[in-house]
Design a protein around this ligand. Structure first.
Ligand SMILES: Cc1ncc(COP(=O)(O)O)c(C=O)c1O
Length: 456
């Protein structure tokens, strides 16, 4: 294989690859920035520019880039064996160690079993399938429907696509799975009901119960949502929302699946996102932060109630006819074991909480003078700036007009990478972020929004 020099890479950038979440003609015209190196919270691109990684890879590089402990763990495992199957009959050490570590970290949630995979989309697909299987095992096979939230994002497999709460993720791939119902998001800034967060929580809880009754409680398998909605615009629910939702789900025996792909392992300021709201899910979907992007990993975790359905004896319906060649991948699990050591040792959930508060405080003033920024919101180190075409009506900007890309480009000129997504700027840096880095992000975004005003 000939060495591909930088000019070759520039010339072929986006020429052959389909990049996710963009039209190929747009990425042809505006090829993506080529990142070549990372160190802690900084990354360097092919032109030698160094930037603070305000996206944390894709809200996953929670322990920062290029950590020697993680690299050493991967190499140590590679020196033994890089891959062996975890299907029936064989397994490897790192996956056993990781399964034990997850149960330790999720003991408070009474989690007892895990099925590994390689991505968040896999973790969601696994959760949806195991939830249906659970109902078969407990003798209610008619429970096959899923309720989810508008604005929710659950990955890209057909299951996740069917429950996704934004039409853009669904439209081109229809027809989707039957029996997927979406209710309104607990989005205080943009809803037709009320500005009062607690009244809004009550309104959505009523919607949930109406949807359950309308569908027939005996047909609903699970409710699935993110503890804090991420890709949909960093939507932080009102304080009482989750406990009230759990109560209604319990009333009808419906499983609660917490999609913790972004919030798992500290990003929202607690080890798991649902824990931050005082709620214990039945199933959790994990990925991203579990291995901090060093090697792809996903995991679906079941609590005691769910797993007990499998313990009544061996039956054909109880076989786990699901799993991936990459399930329990020894390199992914070795990376995850090293990453989770760092998460615990450095208490990254707490750092995310502290630095997240500083970041929110630093950005909070922007909407008071910016014509573009409508609201700044977030929890822990997941923060969003909601951009509006009209401050009064809060009508979101049209993402096609490129204002988000302009803000991101201005921030980049200040040495900070942030992510324009829909009508939001999303900030999701590594959880190892320190106060001076927070201040650098704030400075860059204040300058970016000011430049936007000057160029209007
Ligand atoms: C909440 C949530 N669930 C699932 C996914 C899908 O994860 P992946 O892209 O690893 O398949 C994502 C990705 O951003 C996510 O944010």
């Amino acid at each position: 294989m000939p060495v591909r020099d930088d000019n070759f890479l520039r010339e072929h950038n986006a020429r052959h690859q389909l990049h996710p979440m963009i039209h190929p003609l747009i990425s042809d015209q505006h090829p993506p920035q080529i990142i070549v190196k990372g160190d802690g919270v900084f990354v360097t691109d092919i032109d030698g520019g160094t930037y603070l990684d305000g996206i944390g890879g894709l809200w996953n590089v929670n322990v920062g880039h290029n950590r020697p402990e993680v690299k050493a763990a991967i190499v140590e495992q590679m020196d033994k064996i890089s891959y062996y199957s975890s299907f029936a009959g064989t397994t490897t050490g790192p996956s056993i160690a990781l399964s034990a570590k997850i149960m330790e970290l999720a003991a408070e949630e009474d989690m007892v079993k895990v099925l590994f995979s390689a991505n968040g989309s896999d973790a969601v697909e696994t959760a949806l399938k195991l939830a249906r299987q659970y109902w078969h095992l407990v003798g209610e096979p008619g429970r096959y429907k899923y309720i989810s939230l508008k604005q929710g994002y659950h990955g890209v497999h057909f299951g996740g696509t069917s429950i996704n709460g934004y039409v853009g993720y669904r439209a081109a791939y229809e027809p989707l799975m039957a029996g997927c119902i979406q209710i309104d998001s607990p989005w205080t800034y943009r809803n037709p009901y009320t500005e009062d967060p607690e009244e809004l929580a009550d309104a959505i809880v009523v919607q949930l119960e109406r949807a359950i009754v309308n569908q027939g409680p005996g047909t609903v398998a699970a409710f699935i949502a993110e503890p804090v909605q991420g890709a949909g615009g960093v939507i932080v629910p009102p304080a009482s929302f989750w406990p009230k939702m759990r109560k209604v789900l319990d009333k009808y025996g419906i499983l609660l699946i917490s999609d913790e792909v972004v919030t798992g392992f500290g990003r929202s300021g607690s080890m798991f996102g649902a824990r931050g709201w005082g709620v214990k899910p039945d199933i959790m979907c994990l990925a991203k932060g579990i291995s901090a992007g060093y090697i792809p990993m996903g995991a679906t975790v079941l609590n005691r109630r769910v797993y007990e359905a499998w313990t009544k004896g061996v039956s054909p319906m109880g076989f786990i006819f699901h799993g991936y060649t990459s399930t329990g991948h020894p390199l992914g699990c070795a990376a995850a074991n090293a990453v989770l050591d760092i998460v615990e040792r450095e208490n990254l959930p707490e750092n995310a909480r502290i630095q997240g508060e500083r970041l929110l405080k630093g950005l909070a003033g922007i909407p008071s003078w910016s014509s573009l920024a409508g609201e700044v919101r977030g929890k822990g180190l997941m923060v969003g700036i909601d951009m509006v075409a009209d401050k009064k009506t809060r009508e979101p900007i049209d993402p096609g007009k490129g204002q988000g890309e302009m803000i991101a480009a201005f921030a980049r000129d200040e040495g900070v990478i942030v992510r324009p997504a829909g009508s939001n700027i999303i900030i999701s840096p590594p959880l190892t972020l320190q106060a001076e880095h927070v201040d650098q992000i704030v400075g860059a975004l204040v300058t970016a929004f000011k430049r936007y005003e000057d160029n209007r």
